[in-house]
Design a protein around this ligand. Structure first.
Ligand SMILES: Cc1cc2nc3c(=O)[nH]c(=O)nc-3n(C[C@H](O)[C@H](O)[C@H](O)COP(=O)(O)OP(=O)(O)OC[C@H]3O[C@@H](n4cnc5c(N)ncnc54)[C@H](O)[C@@H]3O)c2cc1C
Ligand SMILES: NC(=O)c1ccc[n+]([C@@H]2O[C@H](COP(=O)([O-])OP(=O)(O)OC[C@H]3O[C@@H](n4cnc5c(N)ncnc54)[C@H](OP(=O)(O)O)[C@@H]3O)[C@@H](O)[C@H]2O)c1
Ligand SMILES: Cc1cc2nc3c(=O)[nH]c(=O)nc-3n(C[C@H](O)[C@H](O)[C@H](O)COP(=O)(O)O)c2cc1C
Length: 564
């Protein structure tokens, strides 16, 4: 008899795993019956809006639950459907993340714009439910999900279930949502959900169970006299059974800085190894949660903070560079009990890093390219939690708890003959080093063009030797450099794109892929603008035609971004 069991890494609690598993024997025949009725099974559409794969992964879990309930789930990325397709759907589940500043993830933008058009027809026959993934540390928490929820309702569609907005610890809420929404569609309850053993690409190592990897290399890439500190890491995954693709992301679970922990304990008069251990490993102790800010504002009566809490821009300004220790010192004599204080902290989160090696060329190690966050503010030095956790590591015995996140759309094209254009200033170069290694490994003949830049050529031209070697060997067809601080006027990668716009447009015309990695808030927006301009100018197109051209590139997954 075929066994059905929950995958070990699926985001289910132990209890749920136990009782779902326990129902297997009695319900197996019912499942067989369900699957033989596949032709008559009710179709449900599952759409995901996802930048780095989390929402996609949750959507895939929905598929398994839906199948286990005898439904016929049809899963698609939002860029695989158009607005007209929505009018033909009867039941729709949307799982979406939020990106940028309360914006849709890239793969949802075209569909979202189409649904906003005046010409959009009503969706009165549609029933829907929304699960949104986000992070409460952003001002516009789960805004993409909120927007879909409001918009579909305004178009006359009916909610099957109240929208659920998930913070970074999304697993349990997502699970509850799908087990509430999906069984109701077949009039059953959650107990009939037996999730099949469909093989998928989820690893046994994840956020809750990271792999303890060993550090092999920690090397400074920028010069000693640079205004920045960017480092190259090599991390061993030998013996883990793990593998990765160029374009994937490695998530690192950091430990907080012991000095910062000691200072916070001292400021609050807390003692003992238990609070120390919790502050080291369990809580975010640099960036304050909104709850902690509100509590400090309330207890201290600090006017500036109270005013800032009512104004998004003022709050960002107030918080820039200011961490929890600064807040405690600037608002002294606040008394918290241990449990009160811990209750106001967010759980310590992993940080994501774009992998800078090809998994084919380096099967036993992962390379990262990380800018260490270090700055002075409020008369003390500050350190980014994870980038300096890594930077300060030495020795092969050091453990780095990590797990992979696949980024299925950010991939070297299967077709080795097509050109690729890569725009990656600063640490944005990371995945492109991986892409170039991958193209070399495959013996790909397609042309490769890299736009790179940073502050100063003398100190910040990271991987210079490798890139020059790749140029000499012919692997790197073009390398265009933009060093922003070597002259009076800033020169950025988008200036280089415009300068070589005719050739860039020609490469796109040859079926070229356009990849962008690095800063999301300024660089990626300006590069997007430059891309539209290049297409309009050199393709002789109107503004709208250039937008349509770019949208088609997005739909074809030939314009993809890994931005942060
Ligand atoms: C998909 C993805 C891929 C990524 N890939 C990479 C990568 O390849 N390489 C890389 O380096 N990073 C990458 N990042 C960013 C990375 O995840 C971390 O955000 C980054 O390392 C900072 O984390 P931290 O824990 O060191 O800093 P945190 O403890 O999170 O502190 C960062 C905060 O410090 C404050 N801050 C920072 N600089 C200053 C300053 N000069 N003055 C005042 N305040 C300041 C800001 O409030 C900022 O939000 C990626 C992110 C994502 C989402
Ligand atoms: N939130 C912020 O204000 C801020 C600032 C810097 C970095 N970061 C973050 O720090 C991390 C590491 O940064 P990084 O080392 O990858 O690179 P980076 O510090 O973002 O800079 C790399 C290069 O990009 C340039 N740049 C700045 N604005 C640009 C724009 N609008 N368009 C194109 N290029 C632009 C920089 O020039 P100049 O610096 O000379 O302008 C520099 O030459 C990332 O997580 C990034 O998001 C955040
Ligand atoms: C650059 C960046 C911007 C983000 N902006 C928001 C935001 O404005 N609001 C929010 O709630 N979450 C925001 N998030 C958090 C993501 O929505 C969250 O991590 C989500 O789980 C990612 O899912 P995905 O991998 O499917 O894209 C942002 C994350 C990143 C890296």
């Amino acid at each position: 008899m075929k066994t059905h069991k929950l995958p070990n890494d699926a985001p289910y609690s132990d209890n749920q795993r136990a009782w779902l598993g326990g129902f297997f024997a009695g319900l197996h025949s019912q499942l067989v019956q369900n699957s033989s009725n596949a032709q008559t099974a009710r179709t449900i559409h599952i759409l995901y809006g996802s930048q780095t794969g989390t929402a996609e992964s949750v959507a895939r879990d929905c598929v398994k639950v839906a199948k286990a309930h005898g439904l016929n789930p049809v899963i698609k990325s939002m860029d695989e459907v158009d607005a007209d397709a929505l009018t033909k759907m009867e039941t729709l589940l949307i799982v979406t993340s939020t990106y940028g500043e309360g914006e849709m993830p890239d793969n949802a933008q075209v569909l979202w714009s189409a649904v906003q058009a005046d010409s959009m027809v009503k969706l009165e026959n549609l029933q829907f439910a929304i699960l949104s993934l986000g992070d409460t540390s952003y001002d516009l928490f789960c805004q993409a999900g909120i927007d879909w929820d409001n918009s579909l309702a305004e178009l006359g569609a009916t909610r099957l279930h109240t929208r659920v907005d998930c913070d970074v610890e999304y697993e349990e809420h997502a699970e509850e949502w799908m087990h509430a929404v999906i069984p109701a569609l077949v009039g059953s309850d959650a107990t009939t959900a037996i999730v099949s053993e469909d093989s998928d690409d989820k690893s046994q190592y994840n956020r809750k169970n990271p792999f303890p990897a060993k550090l092999l290399v920690n090397r400074l890439l920028t010069a000693d006299n640079s205004s920045k500190e960017t480092r190259h890491y090599e991390i061993s995954i030998a013996g883990s059974g793990l593998s990765y693709e160029a374009g994937d992301v490695l998530c690192v679970v950091p430990t907080n800085c012991p000095d910062l922990v000691a200072n916070i304990l001292k400021e609050l008069n807390f003692f003992g190894t238990d609070p120390e251990d919790k502050l080291l490993n369990q809580f975010e102790i640099k960036t304050p949660s909104k709850e902690l800010l509100q509590e400090i504002a309330l207890r201290s009566g600090n006017q500036e903070l109270n005013n800032a809490l009512n104004d998004k821009d003022a709050l960002s300004k107030y918080l820039w560079g200011r961490d929890i220790l600064d807040l405690l010192r600037q608002n002294p004599n606040l008394e918290f009990t241990l449990s009160e204080f811990f209750g106001l902290l967010k759980p310590l989160q992993h940080r994501a890093y774009s992998i800078s090696s090809s998994g084919k060329a380096n099967s036993e190690a992962v390379h990262l390219t990380v800018a260490s966050v270090r700055y002075n503010a409020f008369e003390r030095s500050h350190k980014g939690v994870c980038s300096t956790f890594l930077a300060d590591l030495t020795g092969e015995t050091t453990e780095i708890r990590c797990f992979f996140t696949p980024n299925k759309v950010f991939r070297v094209p299967d077709n080795n003959d097509l050109p690729i254009i890569m725009v990656g200033p600063g640490t944005g170069i990371a995945p492109f080093r991986a892409f170039l290694q991958e193209r070399q490994f495959r013996g790909a003949k397609g042309k490769n063009w890299l736009f790179f830049g940073d502050r100063n050529a003398e100190t910040d031209f990271i991987y210079r030797d490798e890139l020059e070697q790749m140029g000499k060997s012919g692997l790197l067809t073009r390398l265009d450099l933009a060093f922003s601080r070597d002259q009076e006027e800033k020169i950025y990668v988008q200036d280089k794109m415009r300068e070589h716009g005719a050739e860039l447009f020609a490469w796109l015309g040859q079926g070229g892929y356009f990849f962008v990695c690095g800063d999301a808030y300024r660089m990626a927006k300006d590069v997007d603008k430059a891309l539209h301009d290049v297409i309009a100018t050199h393709g002789n197109k109107t503004e709208q035609q250039a937008i349509d051209y770019v949208n088609q590139l997005k739909k074809d997954k030939r314009y993809v971004r890994d931005v942060y």
